[in-house]
Design a protein around this ligand. Structure first.
Ligand SMILES: O=C(O)CCC(=O)C(=O)O
Length: 298
């Protein structure tokens, strides 16, 4: 495939916006903020997790806020899912070059709305095979200390790049997923491909799940907490943590931890899915019983 001169001009213009001044690191909603690399207590190898017998020794997301599971998904599965997703677009929105998908232009419809293909992706066999895989359920059971955890039917897909108009604002999942026992529910975030400091990955506000009452007062009518990540961290006397995620790794986080993404500086899209697992059927949010659509308000 080849790019036109105007493609290159547009890309150069957009990349100029990302000349980060010294001392600053990342940008969210156009504003700079800093994030520390999350320490190793926040990550565990998939096989090691499975080998833990005693509940007391399992990592606890109600204590840690989030945990990265290493080496869960194969490179082939990631690549198959990326191909499945980007091939659903038929008007030149994405192009594959040297085995790498590149975002060329936005779809005419908003993400997952009207004829936007994101909502078809969650119905594909490839998507469902991964979301309902034994490996993911094994992790959910361990994290929730459950024998047979339950997957909420509403499963979300997101794709961000330098062409995205917004990122994910700071929020807690408990504002969206209503359950009688938030500690019996966990979100599983699965990046499909690059998810690092260039691609607007998920970041977590350290220990924010332990400041629940203080944070309850900050939640806006739109259910978000802030678009200004630096100010939020300062006000709560804490820091943003950026987990290191390699291809095949996934994250589980608790519903009370504040998390966000930040502006991508890449044309390679950050594709990801997020699932909700509950320890028991009764812990599910019944308003999440339908298939995801972009206009669900999430
Ligand atoms: O992928 C994102 O940017 C947001 C995901 C999220 O907020 C979640 O999984 O709870």
């Amino acid at each position: 495939m080849s790019f036109t001169d105007s493609d290159f001009r547009r890309m150069k213009e957009q990349l100029k916006r990302y000349n980060v001044p010294a001392g600053d690191s990342l940008k969210a909603s156009g504003k700079y903020f800093n994030a520390e690399i999350a320490s190793e207590v926040h990550s565990i190898n998939y096989q090691k997790l499975l080998d833990i017998d005693s509940d007391n020794e399992l990592p606890s997301i109600s204590d840690l806020g989030f945990i990265v599971l290493k080496k869960v998904i194969s490179k082939e599965t990631v690549s198959e899912l990326r191909d499945t997703y980007f091939n659903l677009f038929s008007n030149g929105e994405y192009k594959k070059e040297d085995d790498n998908w590149i975002h060329i232009k936005n779809h005419v419809d908003p993400h997952g709305c009207n004829n936007h293909p994101a909502k078809n992706f969650v119905e594909t066999d490839a998507f469902n095979k991964l979301a309902k895989s034994e490996r993911i359920f094994n992790i959910a059971n361990k994290i929730l200390r459950a024998n047979s955890s339950v997957l909420s039917p509403r499963m979300i897909v997101r794709s961000f790049s330098i062409l995205s108009k917004r990122c994910t604002y700071a929020h807690r999942d408990k504002e969206y997923f209503k359950t009688i026992n938030p500690f019996n529910v966990a979100t599983c975030w699965i990046p499909l491909g690059p998810a690092d400091e260039k691609h607007g990955q998920l970041i977590y506000l350290a220990d924010s799940h332990k400041k629940e009452n203080q944070i309850d007062d900050l939640v806006t009518d739109e259910r978000i907490i802030s678009k200004d990540l630096a100010k939020l961290a300062d006000n709560l006397h804490t820091t943003w943590l950026r987990p290191i995620i390699e291809e095949g790794d996934i994250i589980f986080h608790c519903l009370k931890n504040i998390h966000a993404s930040f502006d991508s500086s890449s044309y390679t899209p950050r594709l990801s899915i997020d699932l909700r697992f509950a320890a028991r059927e009764d812990d599910l949010d019944v308003s999440w019983s339908n298939s995801w659509r972009g206009d669900d308000g999430l």
